[in-house]
Ligand binder design. Structure first.
Ligand code: NA7
Length: 538
């Protein structure tokens, strides 16, 4: 064995969204030299790319923010209950400036490969500029919902009008006035964009394959008094978030749906509907456990749709059926169903009349041609694995992550992969990230990973790598706790079902962020159980 080479830096961080920024900051605080790479021209990650009209977080702003710096959380002013994309982006820009993070980051540069060299004792990343940089550790902060996905529709390239994807929105904005616009997709992004596009476009056609459950957001301005109250309570509030199931504080369930009389039940649903947001899913403790209980909540939403949407055929087509409420991520919207009462909005129900092909003039369904000037794809992401698999990552003996994950992703705790020493993944498959307030998850991941890296340096560990046995046990655990849940009853991106050919594996950890945190803490206390280590050469 040759002594390890001197790397260009200690740690390389790929991505400069919420996770990458905090990882850069924390590693630097511990005295490591760091280099960051970001494909966007500035910081923000998800919030840099998703600039479509209506883009907004569905978690309360005061909670969807960093807790690591008290001055930051006390000084930043959130103006709305649910923060809009521009406000989150300016928050992240502020964080980058406040902690002077930009100078470590190379922007407008995509990492194309990452290679581990055991003999040299380092990772080499290569960028689309052709540059390469070496580091002892590589931290993938590439995001769980960052690889925007275009569907494969016949004739897509023939369309003569404008084409946009919500997850890759032009920074200069898009002009809808006087245009006939088609939106494909009615997940969270479509649901947020549709009402605002409808207000501007000459005509909007919504191409819907699977209707979602859309709960009103009831967004509102956050008054100074309310924000002050939150800030005064931040220490307790943040601790509660860390110990909670989802990284958010919801009003507790009011009992069990199946043990509550129908009139009382509907009153409770009505009250949560009026309050808005994801708390609806938590009205009763059995909604996400029992299909019958879930159906009572689902039927309540359908009754709201039928009450709101004037045209009965459109209302019926908008009613979600055949999968439990919450088994796909709930959509949180503003005036979504009301939008279908507008004269300039048409619903194209693709279950009744599927898309046959895209033509120069628009979208041809089996019911006829929809002439369009613009198509907006709100078709989602190659979730959790897409951004990682887009990089040619090679671990020990040149083994490719893409091959290792050909039958589905396998990780230890969602942060480490056997065969890939000194590589850490933030919000990876097997972590609770996408089923939680992701900022709470991100802070936990970063702190745990940075503690581990610090520990390695202190005890003189050259490489740390998850063992295959620990990884298999974790994958079995993640899969088994999801197996009996209602999550398995929908074709969701949690399962990879939205990408043709993607292996069907339930990717997120559903055990909750509090439990996950405790487990990770115990594993660290147990001398990082499940990792094998190589000591540094003298
Ligand atoms: P989603 O939730 O994956 O939604 C994508 C939508 O696009 C969904 O309605 C899909 O219908 C539809 N889609 C995808 N491919 C097609 C094709 N080929 N034809 C017609 N319709 C299609 O992505 P979002 O961006 O809305 O949200 C992702 C997450 O970001 C969200 O859950 C939040 O956590 C934040 P389908 O349901 O597959 O029938």
């Amino acid at each position: 064995n040759n002594p390890p080479q001197t790397p260009d830096c200690d740690a390389i961080v790929v991505g400069a969204g919420f996770a990458g920024l905090y990882a850069l900051h924390s590693l630097r605080q511990r005295g490591l030299s760091v280099r960051g790479f970001e494909a966007g021209s500035s910081v923000g990650g998800t919030w840099f790319w998703n600039r479509y009209p209506g883009a907004r977080c569905d978690v309360d702003s005061a909670d969807y923010s960093y807790s690591f710096d008290d001055d930051l959380q006390q000084e930043w002013i959130w103006t709305e209950r649910f923060p809009a994309q521009p406000e989150i982006l300016s928050y992240l820009e502020h964080v980058a400036d406040r902690f002077d993070l930009r100078k470590e980051i190379t922007f407008g540069t995509r990492v194309t490969s990452a290679d581990f060299d055991e003999t040299a004792g380092l990772w080499t990343i290569t960028t689309d500029d052709g540059d390469s940089v070496t580091g002892r550790w590589v931290v993938m902060a590439t995001g769980a919902l960052s690889s925007a996905r275009m569907p494969e529709l016949a004739g897509q390239q023939d369309f003569r009008g404008e084409v946009h994807h919500t997850g890759h929105w032009p920074s200069q904005g898009v002009e809808f006035t006087g245009k006939r616009v088609g939106v494909i997709g009615t997940g969270s992004s479509g649901v947020q964009a549709i009402p605002l596009i409808a207000e501007q476009a000459e005509h909007l056609t919504v191409f819907q394959r699977t209707p979602g459950f859309v709960i009103p957001a009831r967004n509102r301005p956050l008054g100074p008094d309310e924000l002050d109250e939150i800030k005064a309570d931040y220490p307790t509030r943040r601790q509660n978030l860390r110990e909670s199931h989802g990284g958010w504080i919801l009003p507790p369930p009011v009992g069990l749906a199946l043990e509550t009389a129908p009139e009382v039940r509907d009153k409770e649903y009505e009250s949560r509907w009026a309050g808005g947001g994801i708390a609806f899913q938590n009205t009763f403790g059995d909604i996400m456990i029992s299909v019958d209980a879930n159906e009572t909540a689902a039927e309540f939403v359908r009754s709201k749709i039928r009450d709101t949407v004037e045209d009965p055929t459109t209302a019926e087509a908008l009613c979600p059926k055949g999968y439990p409420l919450g088994s796909k991520r709930l959509c949180i919207g503003t005036d979504y169903y009301e939008t279908f009462n507008r004269d300039n909005v048409t619903l194209a129900d693709l279950r009744a009349a599927p898309i046959e092909h895209i033509v120069a003039e628009g979208i041809q369904t089996s019911a006829g041609l929809h002439e369009l000037d613009m198509i907006v794809y709100a078709t989602g992401f190659d979730a959790m694995t897409g951004a990682l698999n887009a990089i040619d990552i090679r671990g020990r003996d040149g083994i490719a992550l893409r091959e290792t994950w050909a039958a589905g992703p396998r990780t230890y705790l969602g942060v480490a992969v056997a065969g890939f020493p000194n590589m850490f993944v933030l919000t990876g498959p097997g972590s609770p990230s996408v089923l939680s307030n992701v900022v709470v998850s991100i802070e936990q991941h970063v702190e745990w990973v940075v503690d581990y890296i610090d520990h390695m340096r202190r005890v003189g560990t050259q490489f740390a790598e998850a063992t295959h046995a620990a990884q298999e046990q974790w994958v079995d655990h993640v899969t088994s706790i999801a197996a009996d849940s209602l999550y398995m009853q929908a074709d969701s991106w949690y399962l990879g079902a939205n990408v043709p050919g993607k292996p069907r594996i339930f990717m997120p950890y559903i055990g909750g962020v509090g439990n996950y945190r405790n487990l990770c803490t115990q594993i660290a206390a147990d001398n990082y159980r499940g990792f094998t280590t190589t000591p540094e050469l003298a």
